[in-house]
Design a protein around this ligand. Sequence first.
Ligand code: FNR
Length: 180
Amino acid sequence: NRPVLLGIAGSLRQGSVTRGILDALAEAARVQVDLRIAPLDALPLYNQDLDQDRPPPAVAALRHAIIAADGLVIGSPEYNHGMPGVLKNALDWVSRPYGHSALKDKPVLTFTASPASTGGVRAHAQLNETLAANAARIVRRPQIAVAFADAKYRDGHFADRESFDFLLDGLGDLLREIAR
Ligand code: FNR
């Protein structure tokens, strides 16, 4: 049985490079893993008043999908040197109830992608910090920050072999972390 991985992209836009990279990974590794992308579109803004006995359906669905997955692949763009609110909002939702975060002990591979030469490294550091706060099992490996990502990803196809192999190496590290 293939491990089930849940992909989370910190961008909602149709032509998202981050989302495209996740789709390309799912396609390239489909023999080894079942990688599905979680929709974040229907999540409301976090509000502790809504986070009571019965959370909003999109929140419950995301929490369950994370708990059911063997591991996560979280890809993020960088917005103003941090992770986009869309992603932080999703992580805040699933971090609760306090002490019962869906992310706790979950193996997670993270990457960032940006058209800039910096590849989103500041968002990457912030993302890993938030995951650390949730005691997630962040895959320890050389940082995956895809620079000049818009030039490498075109029309649903990842054109840069070296960057893509580095991402696939990361996926291999995630599978080893899951097997541990
Ligand atoms: C950006 N972008 C950006 N890029 C970066 O490397 N560092 C940054 O601080 C920012 N800041 C930023 C703020 C806002 C509000 C937007 C909309 C964009 C550019 C960003 O990397 C680019 O739009 C990516 O293509 C977004 O990722 P997706 O949507 O293609 O996955």
